[in-house]
Design a protein around this ligand. Structure first.
Ligand code: ZN
Length: 180
């Protein structure tokens, strides 16, 4: 008989089978994308709306690059540790739970920027790897940018306490979104 935690692990394992581990969590990508869009709402409408949307979309993708680069200094183990409750709980609550909550909560006004904020993941992990069984296209270029520009960052991927670094980033973004 399949026990509950085995079933939960299996569902998470399916997600991770297609996803790379050197990247920021979806919740953080969503929050930074929404923050970029919110900041733009304070800029006087100097550009036509279409240009503004394109600018926000491009910045959301660039932000994805930067976040995945600095993910090296956050808790992202090189291999999934399904036997570790900390790993499981963190991913159930933060990676999946909070991402779904943010996506639903901000869907009405920000669904499009949230999609752009995870566009590289959609292309690599879902379209290329999941549907076409091909290798990632965008993330290898993110790895090169990280090696070229962010090699000075400490590798904290196996350190559990390094979730704090991601929480500070996500928390600051979340608070800014609420206050703006
Ligand atoms: Zn990514």
């Amino acid at each position: 008989m399949i026990r509950n935690h085995d079933a939960a692990s299996s569902i998470l394992a399916i997600g991770f089978k297609f996803q790379g581990m050197k990247q920021m969590q979806m919740s953080t990508h969503f929050l930074i994308g929404i923050l970029i869009a919110k900041l733009f709402s304070y800029i006087p409408p100097t550009f036509p709306i279409a240009v503004t949307i394109i600018l926000i979309a491009v910045l959301a993708v660039i932000a994805h690059y930067l976040l995945d680069c600095i993910a090296i200094s956050t808790y992202h183990p090189y291999k999934a540790h399904w036997d570790d409750n900390f790993f499981k709980i963190f991913h159930i609550l933060y990676t999946y739970g909070l991402s779904v909550f943010i996506f639903i909560w901000f869907f009405k006004d920000y669904w499009w920027v949230m999609l752009f904020s995870i566009l590289p993941d959609i292309i690599d992990w879902y379209i290329l790897r999941l549907i076409f069984h091909k290798e990632a296209l965008v993330h290898p270029s993110i790895d090169r940018v990280r090696d070229a520009l962010f090699s000075w960052l400490p590798d904290l991927k196996e350190k559990k306490w390094a979730i704090i670094n991601e929480f500070i980033l996500a928390g600051a973004s979340g608070i800014s979104i609420i206050l703006l």
